[in-house]
Design a protein around this ligand. Structure first.
Ligand code: A2P
Length: 294
């Protein structure tokens, strides 16, 4: 299939395929990155309360001069805020200086205390119920809700009781972490996948992987273009390359059509070079049901 430029969520809203990722984008760098991206064709920005850069992301949006309604903006409920989502929502809206979010995600199914320990006295399912309540009561503030870092095991528990099917599951996706099981599961349920760390994050071996560089050479593009395009070539996928560097921000938005053979070659990388840039065990809840993390 030709690469997409947007996907439609189960709410009917349109989400641009490529968004600017901001995980690890520091205050002092991220405002400019967001402004530059929006002035140069990006219409989709992803942040999170946990990245501690929402205020700067909001300033970048303002500085771009783009009307808010032309931008798809995602932020995430931080793990230590799972006991008080309403307060956290207001804090995110204030920092981002926006009246509404296009997408609000539960960042991890992993409630935590403010000192970084697992909060075992609180159930993430109750957090989801509160997020649903807020979404249903305040459509003017939240256009869609979804999840992040959810495995099939965790979805099975969620979907048994959910009143609102998540619009999106944002997970780590790249050729060394293809997660076919949860990808197929979400596609079956009409849940859009968003790929974070599509390049493999900082100092990624994927940028010099011989399969990736071979395909990049064939099209005369950078490895990053192949890695970002991989997701744009799949149904119901969006993708968040992160950069704070002007030329990379410009470059990463260039998407190519890949052949089915190239997609399959890229997928084979995982067989010998599997890794995760962000292992879920940092939350204190183990592998969170991901088969490669058991
Ligand atoms: P920087 O932000 O300094 O430009 P991911 O999207 O997988 O999280 O990867 C982000 C990492 O990849 C960052 O270190 C980012 O650096 C770097 N990066 C982003 N775009 C490119 C590119 N086109 N070529 C090489 N490295 C890139």
């Amino acid at each position: 299939m030709p690469a997409t430029t947007s996907v439609t969520l189960n709410t009917g809203a349109v989400m641009p395929t490529v968004g600017l990722g901001t995980w690890k984008s520091k205050p002092g760098q991220v405002e400019h990155a967001v402004e530059f991206a929006l002035k140069n064709g990006y219409k989709h920005i992803d942040t999170a309360a946990g990245y501690q850069n929402e205020a700067e992301v909001g300033q970048g949006i303002k500085a771009s001069g783009l009307p808010r309604e032309q931008i798809f903006l995602t932020t995430k409920l931080d793990n230590p805020d799972q006991r008080h989502p309403a307060k956290a929502l207001e804090a995110s809206l204030k920092k981002l200086d926006t009246p509404y979010l296009d997408l609000w995600l539960m960042h991890w199914p992993a409630p935590m205390t403010t000192d970084g320990k697992p909060d075992r006295g609180h159930d993430w399912l109750d957090t989801w119920k509160t997020m649903e309540d807020l979404y249903l009561a305040h459509p003017e503030k939240i256009k869609a809700i979804g999840v992040s870092n959810f495995s099939v095991e965790y979805f099975e528990r969620l979907l048994k009781v959910a009143r609102v099917v998540p619009a999106v599951n944002q997970i780590e996706l790249h050729p060394s972490c293809p997660q076919d099981d949860v990808v197929g599961y979400c596609q079956d349920k009409g849940i859009v996948l968003t790929a974070y760390s599509p390049l493999g994050s900082d100092n990624s071996p994927l940028l010099t992987n011989e399969t990736v560089t071979k395909i990049a050479a064939k099209y005369g593009v950078q490895s990053a273009n192949v890695l970002v395009s991989l997701h744009a070539n799949k149904p119901m996928h969006t993708v968040l390359p992160k950069s704070v560097t002007n030329e990379r921000i410009l470059n990463n938005a260039k998407i190519l059509d890949l052949t089915p053979e190239e997609i399959s070659e890229l997928h084979d990388i995982d067989k010998t070079h599997h890794f995760r840039a962000c292992h879920p065990s940092w939350t204190g809840f183990g592998g969170l049901g991901f088969p490669d993390c058991k």
